[in-house]
Write a protein that binds this ligand. Structure first.
Ligand code: ADP
Ligand code: XUL
Length: 524
């Protein structure tokens, strides 16, 4: 059985995991951090700081430089890259790259003596790519909803109401603000399909999983929705790649990677998908039954669904499940970056943060509460500038109670805003960079009142991508892959502390009241 590579082009890094599916082992992992490894881009967390009007953009050339550095590192390792039979990938969702008509030709003829960046540069019709953290498109969301006869109709067709970070509203803003550049644009790619195009040496399709995060795909039909396209931007149909099932083999690897890094010309490239859909696979959760919380740059909660279910309040989304059917997803913007902010303000490292989270303060924090929105939040929609602290005596915010408050506030928010799913999980599966933190895992178990389980691999998006490659291109059975790679780490399960259920039932009510009192004018 084959050796496969999974890539994850995420907000802060691009990473790789290599599986030997015959042995059921992970044989290599590598990562490039945009902030640390590519400091010249001045994007320490993978995006350009200080965007105006809620804009958050990244440099797509940085992603290409990151990919190139990642392959350089893989080639310098002990791995024989020529043994890799298939590659699939995962991308941060919703982000979009705007390219001219010449891109298709250039990507088919990538010159191995030049960098990827130097070859893509002249084809960008928009120098930067809006990413999922961008909240600048409220007007465009309202315009699209109006043209469609209301948000309920947008949601019925696309699985979500018109959402600021989704690609359709972002595309509309670009077409309105920069019409000349819009006219020069020949193709719009998602992060996932852009990276896959580079690997496959052709402008490839968008998959059902990531495509559903655009407010443009008709979920039931599995294809672009004519009316949504019309409501979004003029001439959009011609600028979008086709949509295909996530398990589609796009073609053989580009000669660029064969010549430059020694991969095999027979290596197959499977369509990339979004990071959350890939994570669903990597967590062994692509069949209904498991609820996953991913603690990456954003925090997300997701689960496979037998049928597409939508959130009447508009916070949740229905996406394509890369293994077929659908998945639900709820995204929280104030995830790791909010935890990092508290950690840094208190002068702690992660190990101290973990100790403080588990330290002297009791579960429930003696009634002290935080609304942990250090910047704008999308679930619930609040235009916050800073967190709200309630119940501390003046000047007495000891680190343990603040750490506990940010975590309890984040997970209460998650619990309150995931009720619409109607799922009562028996176990929650935790993944993402912050999942290794025992204090965080304990808080999740306490707030949700169920055991929390973690898998051996933290990078479930890259793992899920690798599993998709093995399944789609090499015919390895999903059950076999899940057996080998999706088992809980021995001894890592965390159970709720005794007697916390009542404490958190009570705290939840207080927290919801505080949310309404503090942000009464907004929709919760
Ligand atoms: P993404 O895929 O969005 O780039 P990751 O899943 O790689 O994100 O997670 C990265 C985040 O994990 C970092 O922003 C950091 O805040 C967080 N993180 C890393 N280690 C820890 C830890 N020990 N405790 C809490 N958070 C952590
Ligand atoms: C999901 C979302 C984020 C990004 C980045 O809707 O916006 O989770 O995929 O991870």
């Amino acid at each position: 059985m084959p050796i496969v590579l999974g890539l994850d082009s995420s907000t802060q890094s691009v990473s790789a995991v290599v599986l030997d599916t015959a042995a059921g082992t992970i044989i290599h992992e590598a990562s490039v951090s945009f902030g640390e490894d590519l400091p010249d881009y001045g994007q320490p967390s993978g995006f350009m700081p200080n965007g105006e009007d809620g804009e958050v953009h990244s440099d797509p050339l940085m992603w290409l430089d990151g990919l190139e550095l990642l392959f350089t590192r893989l080639a310098e390792s002990d791995l024989d890259l020529s043994q890799i039979k298939a590659i699939a990938g995962s991308g941060q969702q919703h982000g979009s790259v705007y390219l001219d008509h010449g891109f298709a030709d250039t990507v088919q003829n990538l010159d191995p003596s030049k960098t990827l960046k130097s070859q893509a540069l002249s084809h960008l019709t928009r120098q930067s790519a809006p990413i999922w953290m961008d909240t600048s498109t409220s007007n465009e969301c309202a315009e699209i909803a109006k043209a469609m006869g209301g948000d309920a109709e947008v949601c019925r067709r696309s699985g979500s109401i018109a959402i600021e970070r989704f690609t359709g509203p972002q595309i509309r803003r670009f077409a309105k603000m920069s019409y000349d550049s819009w006219e020069l644009t020949g193709v719009i790619h998602l992060v996932s399909s852009f990276m896959a195009s580079i690997l496959a040496g052709q402008s490839v399709a968008i998959d059902h999983g990531d495509g559903a995060g655009m407010n443009l795909l008709n979920l039931a039909a599995g294809d672009w929705d004519h009316d949504l396209l019309e409501a979004t931007a003029p001439g959009l149909r011609e600028k979008l790649p086709p949509v295909q099932p996530s398990g589609t083999v796009a073609g053989k690897l580009s000669n660029y990677f064969v010549e430059r890094f020694g991969l095999s010309p027979d290596c197959e490239v499977v369509l990339f998908s979004g990071d959350n859909p890939c994570s669903l696979v990597g967590m062994g959760a692509s069949r209904p039954g498991k609820v996953v919380i991913s603690l990456g740059t954003s925090d997300t909660l997701f689960a496979a669904m037998p049928e597409a279910r939508t959130d009447p309040r508009g916070y949740g989304h229905a996406f394509g499940n890369p293994m077929g059917g659908f998945m639900s997803l709820i995204c929280f913007l104030n995830g790791s970056l909010a935890r990092e902010r508290v950690k840094d303000e208190l002068g702690l490292d992660w190990s101290d943060f973990e100790k403080e989270a588990l330290a002297a303060t009791p579960a429930g924090n003696e009634g002290r509460l935080m609304l942990p929105f250090f910047g704008p939040e999308i679930t619930p929609r609040v235009e916050s500038r800073d967190a709200v602290y309630l119940g501390w005596p003046e000047g007495a915010r000891d680190p343990a109670s603040v750490v506990r408050a940010v975590l309890e506030g984040q997970f209460l928010n998650m619990k309150v805003h995931s009720r619409w799913l109607g799922v009562d999980p028996e176990t929650i599966y935790l993944t993402g960079g912050a999942s290794q933190n025992d204090g965080i895992a304990q808080t999740v178990a306490n707030v949700f009142g169920v055991p929390v389980s973690r898998l051996t691999v933290a990078g479930s998006a890259a793992l899920g991508a690798a599993m998709r490659a093995a399944h789609a291109a090499c015919g390895v059975a999903l059950a076999e892959l899940e057996n080998a790679y999706c088992q809980p780490e021995a001894g890592s399960t965390v159970t709720p502390e005794d007697g916390v259920r009542e404490i958190f039932d009570d705290l939840e009510q207080k927290w919801v009241s505080a949310l309404h009192d503090s942000f009464s004018e907004t929709n919760h």
